[in-house]
Design a protein around this ligand. Structure first.
Ligand SMILES: [Fe+2]
Length: 264
């Protein structure tokens, strides 16, 4: 979507207002709701998510030979992943600031069977919504005790568990006053590096859901909802942490929405 310069000039800092983005989202969702087909995955070309216009793939994916990829791709052994790496609160000299939480769930296939022995990696902003990354320079504090990265291997029942602090929302420059809902990025490697899948987990009741063009790029409301963890009081620990549960379904009609590779 091309926006003429003279129209852009009226927007604060050259950025468009939220209302314009929201109106576009609502129009696309109304059109999708009238279509009987069900889309469970994010649209790679979703105009309210402005950079997706230029970055989305325009050609069919090239299928790599999995055997060839395995010859040159990096490998990891299960012994390379330490159990402590699933705890993002112990990597610094002190505990990170924020609401301590655990997230646990199961990785399953489309039939509900556990997917065991899989590498899950996560990354996230700190409690103030700041990443330790040169491209994140917005004026929220860096927490030296929050690296925001962790990983684990799923157990025999497909289960995983991370201990961390709840990430904060953060601003981005898609449009004026754009804020991402709090989220944790998840990467699932599968059985080799050509199968890597990436998605985001969100928190229940976030007021930013309706405003966020990345979350809303999944046009089916039921599929969108599968990215939201459930608060699980049985997983909360007295005087210690809040508990969330989030299961990841790799295939089938109830699969968890995943990002296209170029968005990763
Ligand atoms: Fe993020």
């Amino acid at each position: 979507m091309d926006i003429p310069d003279h129209l852009m000039a009226e927007f604060e800092g050259g950025l468009e207002p939220q209302q314009r983005i929201t109106t576009e989202i609502e129009a696309i969702h109304a059109e999708a709701a009238a279509d009987p087909s069900v889309e469970t995955q994010p649209r790679v070309n979703f105009p309210p998510y402005r950079s997706s216009l230029l970055r989305h793939p325009t050609k069919d994916l090239r299928h790599a030979d999995p055997e060839g990829a395995e010859v040159v791709a990096p490998v990891f052994g299960h012994s390379d992943v330490d159990a402590l790496e699933s705890d993002l609160t112990i990597g610094g000299n002190a505990e990170p600031i924020g609401e301590r939480m655990t997230v646990r769930g199961r990785l399953v296939d489309g039939d509900g069977h556990p997917v065991a022995g899989q590498l899950i990696e996560i990354w996230q902003a700190n409690a103030a919504g700041r990443y330790i990354h040169k491209r994140d320079q917005h004026p929220a504090p860096i927490d030296p005790n929050c690296t925001g990265v962790g990983r684990c291997i799923t157990g025999g029942d497909g289960s995983y568990k991370f201990t961390t602090v709840k990430p904060g929302p953060y601003p981005w420059r898609n449009h004026n006053n754009a804020w991402r809902p709090a989220h944790i990025h998840f990467s699932l490697f599968g059985t080799d590096f050509t199968q890597r899948m990436i998605t985001q987990m969100y928190f229940p009741g976030d007021p930013l859901f309706a405003l966020d063009p990345i979350y809303q790029s999944i046009v089916d409301p039921k599929a969108r909802a599968r990215l939201v963890a459930a608060y699980d009081h049985d997983q909360s620990v007295h005087e210690w942490s809040m508990g969330y549960r989030w299961d990841i379904v790799l295939t089938g009609s109830h699969s968890t929405p995943m990002e296209a590779e170029d968005q990763a």
